[in-house]
Design a protein around this ligand. Structure first.
Ligand code: GLY
Length: 413
């Protein structure tokens, strides 16, 4: 079959890589893709902002479309493909609100009794003041939709939180989500669902801060490990029973068509796992470590899912006991500045890792890549244990010639 993968980042590169191992795949078209994946996919610039043109170019040529980022959910691309009869992995726009609207996600969790932080949704200044008068534990302030990194404030005290809420109301508008701050360990749990059945896509941990020991500004993710070292079988059972199954059942009860990956961001608290937020997709860089461990036929599994016939027994979801570690090499100065011109050479010296490229293009005058974003490549290794994987990954990074980059030295430690 011919598969279309929408997106251009390292997550999409690892999706393309896993799909390329499926015997049933004839051709992968990455739109727009990037030159890092050009050996395993045809990179094509279909104007994906134009859903009508995209559908026209895919009809009768594409057996399955897979979207990496939730922007394709929010802008109606998934709905346009599905309406044209093109099987697609990604939720319908209204089901995707579980990620794109935090107010929707919070109301969904309340309705279906899914453990989550104490939350209040407010729409004006007087409701903000009332909420703070009712609860002196509010420390987290979130805006409803996407906000390019400025949409969540985690505050140290009540006064700071109240000021942050009033500021955010003026900047981002209503509604706002006010929450208590949960203490515990963060972990994400991913599934693939066709709206009826679901299969586990394992757990992972994302390293969000730019500096070692979770210091410095928050980034898109500086690395990941899978499975999460903080999960044990008993906790996983609890996550499935208290969260995963109620989410899938809740979507069905609310008549929301969810076919695709769902990543559940959890806080493992002393009172059990609670949901921080949902991603209507696999995370980046979590995908890199999750899919590098995956040994099943991803194309068949996704095709079954897109047709609404996901079958946990027949779909051979294969996550062995191996662990994966993925380290993001980012531009020097990231996330504050994207001015540095990084150099990454000696990629052919990498022995035991997979290298997934972020959005980039070939430089005009050399084989070197010119990167378009702050995060450049994800170096990802698997091993029998997380320590093995980490060692292989950092060994391979030491074989690279790197200039004007930064990366964390403690991923998987
Ligand atoms: N790593 C977090 C995300 O993909 O949103």
């Amino acid at each position: 079959m011919n598969i279309l993968v929408l997106g251009s980042g390292a997550r999409e590169h690892s999706l393309v890589h896993s799909l390329s191992r499926s015997p049933s795949v004839h051709k992968i078209i990455a739109c727009p893709g990037n030159p890092g994946m050009a050996e395993i996919a045809v990179c094509k610039r279909i104007p994906f902002r134009d859903n009508i043109e995209l559908v026209k170019q895919c009809r009768d040529k594409i057996a399955l479309a897979v979207v990496g980022s939730s922007k394709f959910v929010e802008d109606g691309t998934v709905d346009a493909l599905a309406l044209a009869g093109i099987p697609v992995i990604g939720p319908a726009e209204d089901a995707g609100r579980i990620e794109t609207s935090k107010a929707f996600a919070s109301q969904f969790m309340t309705r279906h009794k899914i453990p989550s932080p104490w939350t209040e949704i407010v729409v004006n200044e007087s409701e903000i003041l009332d909420a703070f008068a009712r609860n002196n534990q509010i420390r987290v302030v979130k805006c409803d939709g996407f906000s390019h990194g400025s949409g969540v404030h985690v505050c140290d005290d009540e006064k700071q939180a109240q000021n942050a809420a009033i500021d955010m109301l003026h900047k981002n508008g209503a509604p706002l989500i006010l929450q208590e701050k949960l203490e515990g360990i963060e972990c994400s749990y991913s599934i693939l669902t066709d709206g009826q059945q679901w299969v586990s896509f394992s757990s992972s941990r994302d390293y969000k801060r730019v500096g070692e020991n979770e210091t410095g500004p928050t980034t898109g993710g500086m690395g990941s490990v899978s499975p999460s070292p903080d999960l044990n079988p008993e906790l996983e059972k609890r996550i499935i029973h208290e969260i995963v199954q109620p989410v899938v059942d809740g979507m069905r009860q609310d008549s929301l068509l969810y076919r695709g990956f769902l990543s559940i961001q959890l806080m493992l608290t002393s009172n059990g796992p609670k949901v921080l937020e949902f991603n209507a997709r696999l995370g980046d860089p979590e995908t890199q470590s999750i899919l590098t461990r995956f040994r099943g036929d991803l194309a068949c599994l996704l095709k079954d899912c897109s047709m609404g016939c996901l079958n946990a027994v027949g779909s051979e979801v294969a996550f062995g006991k191996h662990s994966a570690v993925s380290v993001v090499i980012a531009r020097e100065g990231y996330p504050e500045s994207e001015a540095a011109q990084p150099i990454i050479d000696n990629l052919d010296k990498v022995k035991d890792s997979y290298v997934y490229f972020s959005n980039c293009r070939k430089a005009d005058d050399s084989a070197r890549m010119k990167f378009k974003s702050g995060r450049l490549i994800s170096v990802t290794a698997i091993g029998e244990t997380i320590d093995d994987a980490r060692e292989k990954c950092y060994q391979d990074i030491s074989r690279l010639h790197l200039e004007k980059v930064r990366f964390r030295k403690d991923i998987g430690s």
